[in-house]
Every structure is written in C-alpha cells, then in structure tokens.
Design a binder for this molecule. Structure first.
Ligand SMILES: Cc1cc2nc3c(=O)[nH]c(=O)nc-3n(C[C@H](O)[C@H](O)[C@H](O)COP(=O)(O)OP(=O)(O)OC[C@H]3O[C@@H](n4cnc5c(N)ncnc54)[C@H](O)[C@@H]3O)c2cc1C
Length: 385
C-alpha cells in the first residue's frame, strides 16, 4: 500500500481502533491507514460501564455485576441495583486483540506502529499528515489524539487514580458486587474514594481515586493506594499489573477557528469523556458506529458530537459543587445512591436519561451547594501535588 489513501486515522487507541474495526467488519473498500506511536499493545487499562441487557459490545465483557456500592469511610455500604442493567468490565487487551485481528484480515487496512503524527494540512483535494514514518496523503482524516496539554490544564476538575490488579491464592474478595465509590472522604487535596472490581474471589482490580481541582501526581496516588491495601489486609497480594491516569473532567470544548475540510476529531481529545464521570467507553462506541455508517455509505466521516446542552450544563453544575465542596462530596454521592432509583441513576450516567431521571437527580441533591454552584467562584488551579 502506498502513502496515498482514502482515510488516515490518527491514534490507534480506543476511538481509532473502534472505527477501524467497524470499517473492517463492514467491508469498507477504501484504503485505510491507522497511525499509532506505541510499538505494542499491552493490557494498559480497564474499561467499565453500565450496560443494558442485550446491548452489543465490540468484545465480550470479562465480568458483569448486578450490584454496586457506595460508602462513606467507616460506614456500612449502600448497595444499588437496576433492573435489566449490569456493570460490565472489558479488559483492554481483549479489545485491542479483537480489533487488531479484524484490521489484519483486510488487505486494504494498515496499522503503522511507532508512527507519531504531526501537522495535518489541506493541499487541494487531499489532506497531508506528517509523521515520523513519512507523509501520508488522504481524502479524509479522523484525528483521535488526546487533548493538548494547554487544553487539558484548562479543565477545572481532574480524576486522578492509581490501581493494581491483585491476585491471592485463597479467596479474599466478595465478587458478587462492585465497590463503585467506597471509603469516601476528603482531605487537604480534595475528595478521595476506593474503587474495587472483584474479578473473582481471588482476583481484583483495586484503585484509589481523587476528584480535585488539580491533577494529583502518581507518588501521592500510590501512597493512597498503599494505605488502602494495608487497611484491607491486601498488601501481600501478588501484583499482576498496574494502571493509573489523570483524566480531565469538564474539559473545555475544542475551538477550531478554521476547521480543515475532511478532518474530524474524536475520542477523549474531542470531548468524548462524560464530564461528571470520566467514562467514555460506550460514548466512543456510539460515535464509532455513526462514523462507520457514514463512511460505509460513501459520506465523509463525522466527529464526536457536542454534548447536549442540558446534560452538559448539569454536569458542569455538579462538578462545580464538587470543586467548591470536597468535604460534602461523599454526602452528594450517598444521596444519589439512597434516593434515586438505580434505573434512573444508571440511565442518567449512561447518557440515556429522560426528564424524569434528571428531575430525580436534582431533587436528591441538597439545594444550597448546588444553587451556589450555579455561579459561585471556583477554587483556583493548583500545581501538581
Ligand atoms: C487507565 C484508564 C482507565 C479508564 N477507565 C475507564 C472506564 O473504566 N470506563 C470508561 O468508560 N472510560 C475509562 N477511561 C476513559 C476512556 O474510555 C479511555 O481514556 C479511552 O481509552 C479513550 O479513548 P481514546 O481513543 O480517546 O484515547 P486512547 O485510547 O488513549 O487513544 C489515543 C491514541 O492516540 C495515540 N496518539 C497520541 N499522540 C499521537 C500522535 N501524535 N500521533 C498518532 N497517535 C497518537 C495514543 O498513543 C493512543 O493510542 C479510562 C482511561 C484510562 C487512561
């Protein structure tokens, strides 16, 4: 395959591979190049999300649970369920392998590893993409690169976490339910909680997470995690792998003053992560399905859609209340867990909420901090802790 192609996909992560796999599955006949800087795919993250019975996933979920828990540190947990829904876990390596198999099955598709894209320019009816593996010329470009540092740092809340996949040779975990947000508390750095996905009685992913107005560094996050493991008696487990990240919550919209015709943006850099949760797996699948359909019908690709106004506004208010009141954040989440029916909460979190669900969320929350959040000042950004 030469360097003149129909479609260049910049970034072979979740968004780029979801699109490429969808096109391969659909028999797209154009020539496709996917540019990805990494040299190999490893199990670098866990994707979890709520899914409705019968919802088709790009790869089988490795585990599903029908119960998820919230608790304040030292208190008994509140257990939640939603009829017809489960909390599902997809192992990233399962997804990468399935997508890579589909891409490899098509001679007109090429994944270029070790290729970092730079400038993207329009030249007449073609678009050129400069990379350290040469220049590619395409009719269309789908750019899934993450947000630039400048945009990332303008987010006003961050979700910072460190996790380890642990294994014991004896049963140590109750794998009938997920600890979604347990041990909730606040300290000088903001709001903290534990997240435990028990993959089996002997095996779990355990994370310590912070929501704060600044990105928290891995040293602090690993200290949080060590403390959590010691408190649960899990410090002696075998560590199978580690994962961690800082995700921007409430990322400002990307302002492209002069959009390049034929170039669209998708993935987390284009606002695919839900502001209030940092979840993006299913939102990226929904975009990839739409973009695949457009290309299979002979149309131009479509970018990640803008957030619907009401949902975007509610998420912003919620994040502002968390930013202004880390000391009350545990109370906010517990009120949602205790007062909102599981189905309404999960529909809202999964972008499927209707007016009634929105009303239930609003009426469950204490009015004072949320009225203040409509216009009160935000704490200023702080350096990396
Ligand atoms: C550790 C972790 C856990 C997460 N857990 C969940 C979860 O449980 N549930 C959920 O819904 N969401 C979760 N997310 C959020 C979101 O779903 C993921 O971040 C998802 O991978 C975003 O997909 P993406 O394609 O936008 O970004 P990525 O998957 O990060 O892909 C972007 C790709 O672009 C490539 N790239 C970067 N620069 C260049 C360049 N110059 N040229 C070419 N390519 C480039 C990168 O190498 C990368 O492969 C998690 C995120 C992380 C980091």
């Amino acid at each position: 395959m030469d360097d003149r192609v129909d479609l260049v996909v910049i970034g072979g992560g979740l968004a780029g591979l979801s699109l490429a796999a969808g096109l391969a599955r659909g028999g797209y006949e154009g020539r496709v190049v996917i540019l990805e800087p990494r040299q190999e795919y490893v199990d670098d993250r866990s994707w979890a999300f709520w899914t409705h019975t019968g919802h088709a996933l790009p790869v089988a979920a490795a585990r599903r649970w029908s119960c998820w828990q919230f608790s304040r540190q030292g208190d008994a947990p509140v257990s939640c369920r939603a009829e017809g829904w489960s909390y599902a876990y997809v192992r990233s390596l399962d997804f990468y392998r399935a997508a890579l198999r589909l891409i490899a099955s098509r001679p007109n598709f090429k994944l270029v590893l070790g290729a970092r894209a730079g400038e993207v320019d329009r030249n007449g009816d073609r678009i050129s993409v400069a990379t350290d593996a040469g220049v590619f010329s395409a009719r269309f470009v789908v750019d899934t690169r993450p947000a630039t540092m400048d945009r990332f740092s303008r987010s006003f809340m961050f979700q910072s976490f460190a996790g380890r996949e642990l294994a014991f040779d004896q049963p140590r975990f109750d794998d009938s339910r997920v600890e979604l947000m347990t041990d909730m508390r606040s300290d000088a750095l903001g709001f903290v909680f534990s997240y435990v996905l028990p993959l089996s009685p002997t095996h779990a992913l355990v994370e310590s997470t912070r929501f704060s107005t600044h990105a928290v560094g891995q040293t602090q996050l690993c200290a949080d995690l060590d403390q959590l493991l010691a408190a649960r008696g899990w410090s002696q487990a075998e560590v199978l792998r580690a994962e961690g990240a800082v995700l921007p919550m409430g990322l400002p919209a990307a302002h492209v003053s002069e959009p390049t015709p034929g170039v669209v943006h998708a993935g987390q850099g284009a606002g695919a992560l839900r502001a209030a949760s940092g979840f993006g797996f299913l939102r990226i699948q929904a975009w990839a399905d739409r973009c695949t359909r457009a290309l299979l019908q002979g149309n131009a690709p479509v970018g990640h859609p803008p957030e619907p106004k009401l949902r975007g506004w509610m998420d912003q208010v919620f994040l502002r209340a968390l930013a202004q009141h880390p000391e009350r954040s545990a109370e906010f989440f517990l009120r949602l867990a205790e007062s909102v029916p599981g189905e309404a909460f999960v529909r809202f979190m999964s972008d499927q909420g209707g007016w009634r669900d929105y009303a239930r969320i609003v009426t469950a929350l204490p009015p004072g901090p949320f009225l203040q959040a409509l216009r009160g000042p935000l704490p200023g950004p702080r350096p990396l802790a």
